[in-house]
Design a protein. Structure first.
Length: 177
């Protein structure tokens, strides 16, 4: 089974958004982030042709990013998941993924991905947890970047194999191939 991990695209700067007196959960993507993410997803589709399910943090910037991903994957529904909020425990998210992936057929496990859209540093902790069994970030996932973790037999923390990590600029270069 493949778990596709995507960080939200470029959002409004926290300091600028703070001046609006709105809750940070409402902070949106900026136009540049939207445009770049649309190109990123075209490149992403070259290396991950099928997504079975797409879950997003409920924060606005992640939902907007997930909608862009959805638009390029046959407008699949975006499901919100509280376990993708920045302060969530990666172990809880892994348990959620295990449970939600039970409906995958064997063929779907081999040919499609379970996709999640979220935030840093939570996603780096998740990647570290999936690969090593410890919630230790191994690297930072860039805004609009993606990572693919493969599990040979069931999702087990520490048993994930890092297939690739793509910076947004590399995803956009894949469009031209």
């Amino acid at each position: 089974m493949n778990v596709l991990i995507i960080r939200h695209a470029i959002a409004m700067e926290r300091e600028d958004f703070f001046k609006t007196n709105a809750d940070d959960e409402q902070r949106p993507l900026i136009l540049e982030g939207i445009k770049k993410m649309r190109k990123n997803v075209i490149g992403l589709r070259r290396v991950v042709p099928y997504i079975k399910v797409l879950y997003s943090s409920p924060l606005v910037r992640a939902v907007q990013t997930a909608k862009i991903v959805s638009d390029h994957y046959e407008e699949m529904p975006v499901e919100k998941c509280d376990f993708l909020k920045p302060e969530s425990d990666p172990a809880d998210l892994v348990e959620f993924i295990k449970s939600a992936a039970k409906g995958f057929t064997r063929a779907e496990q081999e040919t499609s991905a379970f996709a999640v859209v979220g935030h840093e540093p939570h996603l780096s902790e998740l990647i570290g947890y999936l690969a090593t069994g410890k919630s230790t970030p191994l690297f930072e996932l860039r805004k609009g970047g993606a990572c693919l973790i493969n599990f040979e037999s069931g999702i087990v923390a520490g048993k994930g194999k890092l297939e690739w990590l793509l910076k947004p600029s590399i995803m956009r270069k894949l469009v031209r191939l």
